[in-house]
Design a protein around this ligand. Structure first.
Ligand SMILES: *Cc1c(COP(=O)(O)O)cnc(C)c1O
Length: 414
């Protein structure tokens, strides 16, 4: 079931034609479906019904306040990776006691603000971070709740830039070092051991890498228990893939069933950190064709969105579906769909057969995750607006940036 479908050839979201949204708010514009977002969260949570668990949405995938607030209202936890994300999550109504803090480079200032907020857990990624966290917590007179992110050395078989659980990765601590680190943490006065954590990568299509990592993790949890280290939770990270092209996403219930099986009999609460799976397919990016440029070798459709709005094609060679919002009864031509930025990597899609004319509106599918959140102002382009549709209601959840805002914080020399 999808919230985006065609009515007499025109693409709609819930009960609203996408063309109306573009006419009202302009392009480029990200459009999210409230129903799709809520359905994705509820489906994920329900897959773990009956086992103690907490879904901590990995908010770096899409950190718009309206998206965060929807999930917070459902009781979601959040996985944050910076002090900025902490502030955003709190502003959106997140419960601090459901926030986990991941990332290899937490600063002392970020640790202080997370301790002051009273988060659930710091996912510690190095011995050096542990010592710093102990010192910072001592300074502010508290004890920091900690997990170690361990690196199971599992190949998630996804793009190298989003593989995070191989031994050569910068993330986590080596499995072999984990027991000594827990022993060290147990000695420190200002940290409290809470859990253990993995995250092996993103856009993972298969169950096997998840299972391999989970089985290794269970072994480690048992070794720690034998050492007298009891944990409150086991955090499995995120990584479930979505459908961009013809991928068949791993059903959440299969993933959940595997974890139930692997951790059967263990008393710890399971933490899950899905990002892409909760938001990716709930959004599209609308863009308009500025020019058609027939080439000697290839035809270009130059659109008003670019790599600053959607960097995934340039960064990961990612594939996004591109469709005319209103279909034309004309023969299609093969196009390179590109932006206006002065980089050859500035493409949205390559080799697509489209029946389009100048001024036509295109929908770039599955643009709810790692899309707006990774956008920039390169080439002094204001960032796009974001809209959330709820039935027949349309809410502007982030207005388009203005050109004046782009340099309002800069100043020439006196
Ligand atoms: C990015 C990230 C996630 C979410 O990954 P998805 O592939 O979007 O589910 C979860 N946990 C950590 C630590 C991450 O860095």
């Amino acid at each position: 079931m999808t919230a985006f479908f065609r009515v007499n050839g025109d693409l709609w979201v819930e009960r609203v034609p996408l063309a109306d949204i573009a006419a009202r708010f302009g392009t480029p514009c990200f459009v999210y479906s409230r129903a799709a977002l809520e359905r994705a969260w509820t489906e994920f949570d329900a897959a773990f019904a009956g086992v103690p668990h907490l879904v901590c949405y990995a908010m770096k995938a899409n950190s718009n306040l309206a998206v965060l607030n929807l999930f917070a209202r459902k009781g979601s936890g959040f996985d944050i990776v910076s002090g900025g994300e902490l502030a955003r999550a709190l502003a959106a109504g997140a419960e601090p006691a459901k926030i986990v803090f991941s990332g290899v480079g937490k600063t002392e200032a970020e640790m202080e603000s997370a301790l002051a907020a009273g988060i659930l857990c710091f996912n510690v990624e190095s011995a050096a971070e542990l010592e710093t966290l102990n010192r910072v917590a001592g300074r502010v007179g508290s004890a920091a709740p900690v997990s170690f992110r361990v690196n199971p050395d599992v190949d998630p078989k996804t793009h190298p830039y989003i593989s995070t659980g191989l031994k050569e990765s910068k993330f986590g601590v080596a499995f072999a070092a984990a027991r000594a680190l827990y022993a060290r943490a147990a000695e420190l006065p200002h940290v409290a051991i809470r859990g253990i954590d993995i995250h092996i990568g993103s856009q993972i299509g298969e169950l096997a890498p998840h299972r391999e990592a989970a089985i290794k993790l269970r072994g480690l949890v048992e070794a720690l228990a034998a050492d007298g280290i009891a944990l409150h939770h086991i955090d499995l990270g995120g990584g479930l893939g979505i459908r961009y092209d013809d991928e068949v996403p791993l059903p959440t219930f299969e993933y959940a069933a595997m974890l139930r099986e692997v951790f059967r009999g263990r008393p710890e609460t399971l933490l899950l950190e899905p990002g892409r799976r909760l938001v990716g397919e709930a959004g599209v990016m609308l863009t308009r064709v500025t020019y058609l440029k027939p080439g000697v070798d290839r035809n270009f459709a130059i659109v008003d969105a670019a790599m600053n709005d959607l960097i995934r094609p340039a960064l990961y060679d990612a594939w996004h579906g591109v469709e005319p919002v209103c279909v034309r009864d004309e023969p299609a031509l093969r196009y390179q769909v590109v932006g206006a930025i002065c980089e050859s990597a500035d493409f949205i899609a390559r080799d697509r057969d489209l029946a389009i004319e100048e001024g036509d509106l295109l929908a770039v599918r599955a643009a709810g995750a790692y899309a707006f959140a990774m956008s920039s102002n390169y080439n002094s382009r204001p960032r796009a607006c974001e809209v959330m549709v709820d039935g027949d209601r349309v809410h502007l959840v982030r207005r388009r940036e203005t050109v004046a805002e782009l340099f309002a914080s800069e100043s020439p020399l006196p």
